[in-house]
Design a protein around this ligand. Structure first.
Ligand code: 26Q
Length: 828
């Protein structure tokens, strides 16, 4: 192979593109010892990532220095999940170098998209909660906030989903197997975490730091991910001659198992010891590291709450309450009352669910055995709390028992989090209202000022600027650049909703995005999608309350209709699904099988292309970036009162998809923002579902018997219509009829079908549809996470931004190139 030798920096011209190209080629040689012609896509990807690492080094160092010396408060966001997805593209975007890199690589005949795809998705999360944490990191860095993420470095992320005969099978996600370009192992910063009592087990928590780059502001924050290792030299791993080597290795393996896997369950609580170990490892290691950095600033621990805010993302890191108390009491020798007020003032907590089956409660025995001192402290917290309750509610034993942190031999993590924080927030208006008036009513009555709402948001940088560059360009062409840094300015876009030129532009963008997705589907599944059909998208975890089943039954009904009247006038539809089911969640897995089975029937039937159904395998952040820009319709159809917020609904809205949804979670606020005419709302309200739960009055059998369409589709589940073993789908027959349809699928069915009918009619008027899309995009600014984050900063954390000196790209590149060439001179 004929290779040119690596370009010498001194020979390159001045342009950014040429400098970038030089750095890239030099990296290929330096990192992999290959020239361009020899390099595989993965080598090219890692070389490009190495260029980015070089480019951010100085800013990272400067940001750390700034935080270490400034008077400002630091925020630590503790989360058991960070669903980052890929970073190469978003890092280049935030650096302001995406276009430069694109050009530099094209000139070398490389497609930057292909390199981006060589990066594994960092799937360290299940769904909404984990992705929200990742969006916060992006927002904190972009808002120049001293904000740090603290999480776990799972060796295996969320499982890879594969379908075999329509069924989900789970495969390990070995995302680290070829190394991870964005992590920096920091062995010097490792800390020890102790478990147990008589036989104390010491685990070494080793941090891996991931740089989090702000949007064109020279800020680089840090996400610190902890990995469990056996402490070499500690008794746990000492080969002392009495024990054989193998048992020591087994012991090391059992310690390292703590951070082996992410629990692939997003909604049912499972009291597994390993999970409790994970939670304590996260909390203890993070707090030790936070306090070490704090003390390095020579400030007294009693002032901690003035300089440090620690946020607990759901109850998974709620052990921060007793762990901080332990440190203050046992290590800092601060008296209880003082320690308690520091703890409360430092900590804040977000609740993400009202599903009772998802609320964490640990059995006392397990807890005591694993974390005896922490248990003692929780016990003391509980005693103090119950004492205070008694003063307020003398004699009201029931109420006190309902609110206790320890009750029925269980530790109630949500109670612990509420009692130990100064702020408790829900993630959408309705959700917060439900917390205050139902699920946590007693607490809200007792601590009214703690409770507040922070409606979720999404990073418009990843979900619009990056995922839908063509739409972003159209927006900028229409309203200028302000919205890029201030997404609220998107509202300007609404002024052009009737502009037919703009309408055509956004239709053309949508069409291109649909073609991209169609190409993917064609290449992967051999299925042809028509971009003239409505792309109707439901992408989210599979759960009964999210009602993928309702969507599926409605598709069957449409199919029956078309079969009965082949010439019926309906706009061609493509129903697109994506999402994983928890491995042990039988009904969710059956739902996947059902949808794949329906897809098989419909896609193989001649229906004049009126209907297509596809379930995309292995839905993840990167696939979401492909699907969301291509969506015409956003399915947000959860049982009212169950979905805390939803964030996919916001991403889809931002990309011009029209929502068909219930009045649940943030859909309500989407409706308020977009206006009633720009959304299709249907179904029971949260008050109505609550009343049915409370007072009864709903009988799914009645609907079944009185509604022929529903009866037909229900029977098709079990009468041999589906080419599956006889009882495959009887689970739905049972849950919908024998268990009285807890999620009101049948009750909402007709309203849903009718909403689809309205939607179909509206789509026929393309100008009206495009106007709706423009209005949705324009009003999505309030769902940008920068708004949410500003509210957290002001109301919960009381923190201010710290701005580093800004520098032009040209200067950054020059410095990095200079370092590069100095290094190559030194190496000669
Ligand atoms: C807890 C204990 C044991 C095993 C697993 C878990 C666990 C793990 C993850 C419980 C819940 C989760 C994730 C929950 C989640 O993603 N909730 C979603 O949070 C989003 C962000 O606020 C909301 O938009 C969604 O409505 C909510 O469902």
């Amino acid at each position: 192979m004929d290779c040119e030798s690596g370009n010498d920096f001194s020979e390159t011209g001045n342009s950014e593109v040429e400098k970038f190209q030089t750095m890239f080629l030099n990296k290929l040689t330096a990192v992999h010892g290959v020239c361009l012609q020899q390099a595989s896509p993965w080598q090219q990807y890692t070389a490009l990532a190495a260029v980015v690492r070089d480019l951010i080094g100085a800013d990272w160092q400067q940001t750390k220095q700034l935080y270490a010396t400034s008077e400002t408060k630091q925020v630590y966001y503790l989360s058991i999940e960070f669903l980052l997805g890929r970073l190469l593209g978003s890092n280049l975007l935030n650096l302001g170098l995406y276009d430069v890199a694109d050009k530099a690589l094209s000139k070398l005949g490389i497609c930057i998209n292909e390199l981006e795809q060589a990066e594994p998705d960092a799937g360290l999360g299940n769904g909404g909660l984990g992705r929200l944490a990742a969006c916060y990191l992006d927002s904190m860095a972009s808002g120049s906030l001293p904000g740090h993420g603290c999480g776990l470095r799972y060796k295996y992320g969320l499982f890879e989903q594969r379908f075999v005969e329509g069924m989900q099978y789970e495969y390990p996600d070995g995302w680290l197997k070829d190394g991870y370009a964005w992590e920096y192992r920091r062995p010097d910063d490792a800390v020890e975490v102790m478990f147990g009592k008589d036989e104390i087990e010491t685990v070494l928590a080793v941090p891996y730091d991931v740089p989090i780059i702000g949007y064109q502001n020279n800020v680089v924050n840090t996400l610190r991910l902890w990995s469990a290792e056996a402490a070499i030299g500690s008794s746990a791993c000492l080969i002392d001659g009495h024990q054989d080597c193998q048992s020591e290795i087994d012991n090391c393996n059992s310690i390292e198992a703590i951070t082996n896997i992410l629990y692939p369950d997003d909604s049912t609580y499972q009291g597994k010891v390993l999970r409790l170990k994970q939670q304590y490892l996260l909390v203890s290691a993070s707090l030790k590291s936070i306090l070490r950095d704090y003390k390095a600033q020579n400030r007294p621990v009693k002032d901690l709450d003035k300089y440090v805010a620690i946020h607990i993302n759901d109850t998974h890191p709620a052990l921060a309450v007793p762990e901080l108390m332990r440190i203050l009491l046992d290590e800092e020798h601060i008296a209880w009352d003082r320690a308690w007020s520091i703890t409360i003032n430092t900590l804040s907590y977000t609740n993400h669910t009202v599903l009772p089956e998802a609320l964490e409660k640990w059995p006392v025995d397990m807890f005591k055995a694993l974390l005896p001192r922490i248990y003692e402290i929780i016990n003391d917290i509980n005693e103090h709390f119950c004492h205070d309750l008694w003063l307020c509610y003398p004699g009201e034993w029931d109420k006190i028992a309902q609110m206790a942190v320890i009750a029925d031999n269980q530790v109630h993590m949500a109670h612990l989090a509420i009692v130990g924080s100064h702020s408790v927030n829900g993630v959408a208006k309705l959700h917060t209202e439900i917390l205050k008036t139902q699920v946590m009513k007693n607490f809200s009555d007792y601590y009214p000022i703690k409770f507040n709402n922070k409606t979720n948001g999404v990073a418009h940088r990843r979900w619009l600027i990056k995922a839908n560059a063509a739409l972003a360009k159209t927006i900028t062409k229409t309203i200028g650049e302000d919205w890029l840094k201030q997404p609220a300015a998107l509202a300007e876009f609404a002024k052009y909703a009737d502009d037919s030129g703009l309408q055509q532009d956004i239709a053309a963008v949508k069409r291109t995005n649909k073609l991209n997705l169609a190409k993917y589907v064609w290449e992967k599944y051999d299925i042809r999608l028509s971009v003239d059909s409505i792309f109707d998208v439901q992408i989210k975890r599979i759960h009964s309350y999210k009602r993928q089943l309702l969507n599926a039954l409605h598709i069957m009904d449409l199919y029956n209709k078309i079969k009965a009247q082949p010439n019926i006038d309906i706009t061609p539809r493509t129903f697109i699904f994506g999402g994983k089911a928890a491995a042990g969640y039988y009904e969710a897995k059956a739902t996947i099988k059902l949808i794949n089975t329906i897809a098989g029937i419909i896609n193989n039937d001649k229906l004049q292309d009126k209907l297509k159904v596809i379930f995309l395998e292995d839905y993840n952040v990167s696939l979401a970036e492909l699907v969301i820009p291509a969506a015409d319709v956003s399915e947000q159809i959860s049982t009212a009162g169950k979905e805390a917020s939803g964030t996919g609904n916001m991403k889809l809205m931002m990309n011009g998809a029209i929502t068909i949804g219930t009045l649940d979670g943030a859909n309500i606020e989407i409706k308020e923002a977009a206006g009633e005419d720009n959304i299709f709302i249907f179904g029971l309200t949260a008050n109505q579902t609550t009343d049915f739960y409370k007072y009864g009055g709903y009988h799914s059998w009645d609907i079944y018997h009185s509604d022929d369409r529903i009866k037909t589709v229900m029977e098709q589940l079990v009468n041999g219509f589906m080419p599956v073993p006889k009882d495959e789908f009887s689970v739905f027959y049972s849950s919908l009829l024998h268990e009285n349809d807890q999620y009101f699928v049948l009750k909402d069915f007709n309203a849903y079908a009718e909403a689809h009918q309205r939607l179909d009619n509206r789509f026929k008027d393309q100008a009206a549809w495009r106007r709706m899309a423009i209005n949705n995009i324009a009003q999505s600014g309030r769902f940008a996470i920068d708004r949410t984050f500003a509210e957290y900063s002001e109301d919960i954390w009381t923190v201010n931004p710290v701005r580093p000196q800004e520098e032009t790209n040209e200067a950054t590149l020059d410095k990095a190139c200079a370092r590069d060439s100095r290094a190559s001179i030194l190496m000669q």
